[in-house]
Ligand binder design. Sequence first.
Ligand code: ACO
Length: 430
Amino acid sequence: MDKTAKIIIDNKTYEFPIVVGAENEKAIDISKLRDETGHITLDAGLANTGTCTSAITYVDGEKGILRYRGYPVEQIAENTTFVEVAYLLIYGELPTRAQLDKFSNSFTEQAMIHEDMKNFFDGYPSTGHPMGILSAMVCSLSAYYPEMQNPEPSKEEIDKIAVELLSKVRTISAFSYKKSIGQPFVYPRPDLKYVPNFLNMLFSSPAREYKIDEDIVSALRTLLILHADHEQNCSTSTVRLVGSSRANLFASISAGICALWGPLHGGANQAVIEMLKEIQRDGGNVKKYVDMAKDKSNAFRLMGFGHRIYKNFDPRAKIIKKQADKILNKLGIHDPLLDIAVKLEEIALKDSYFIERKLYPNVDFYSGIIYKAIGIPVEMFTVMFAIGRMPGWIAHWKEMIETPSLKIGRPRQVYTGQHQRNFIPIEQRR
Ligand code: ACO
């Protein structure tokens, strides 16, 4: 044991090992705390709890650093494709040309979903939120691919299931959008790459062939890459927790999609646009909304602001803001919502409330502006995030189930309810 931490309880000293990560991150290993002391730790929101060690993504929230498998996200966003990033996250290294071609080709082979699954879409109302449909459909894949339900899959099985999911999620998402607007499904095309194929499935119709624009492809690719992983966030931790029971990948990721849906997590991208529209409808008085966000008697928060980890800036938000400017210029769009967003950012960043709490625009603040410019409807924004996060979820699930000493996730609690009391028959209750 190198360094240890000492905990003194009732004058008795207990020692626990200190674990040091690759970037000098330090953790006290308290896995024996309860056995040795009879105590557990209490950490609402798991803000100080490491639930695993992981070699996938490194984040330094103070310095605004994000690295995938050691590579700075800025370099990755500039130089790679989404499929390449998926390979990097899942397998740990950038692929060679041959590896990438093989990986990419298998996406094309696996892009179709079982024809019977198309009927599921008819069961949903056209107003059904695509995140609910996506989660249900991803879980349903396990019914169609039962061979993928092996609780201890082989390496080959993991490779196959990873590609299946990455490829099919795009088809399912596009189909759910088509269902919501009452248009026929557009099937994946073998001649198109990942992002243009998806755009084509979304926007082509029997009446209009979608013209692929390289700048739009590039903007969407960047967004997907920037969302690809973010270590132990709410949805990834959900995937790991569900997967720790050895639930199959489809079931685990379906749960992760639900966790992402919430407005405090991935659902914030939809919530940002709704907030900007509300400010616009209300006459564009940005200061009023900043004041509302500061008012503790009001539950309103500035959507797209703040982050559990980033306390300086979100490196993804910087890249996305640049992309938003570029794509709006290119498309010749003047979006008044962007003007409101810029004003909001300006006012909030000068305000002591936001400065003291280190609240900055996060990845979701500007992503919606780009989705909107591309023509993606607001309800689909969080689905876009889910497609982007898929490689990260898969990489974490894989890393976890390949851990030899995998333990089921099972946190503790401090009980604050009634002591034991005797049952009261209904006639005697008041
Ligand atoms: N607007 C106003 N005040 C805020 C905001 C906000 N967006 N975010 C945090 N605060 C305040 C809190 O009220 C709290 O103030 P207090 O100390 O006076 O009580 C303080 O800042 C700390 O906030 P917490 O909620 O404790 O921070 P936490 O780390 O738990 O939450 C979160 C992080 C959920 C992202 C939060 O900042 C938030 O709700 N943001 C808005 C939703 C959002 O944009 N989510 C997307 C995050 S990125 C992602 O998931 C991909």
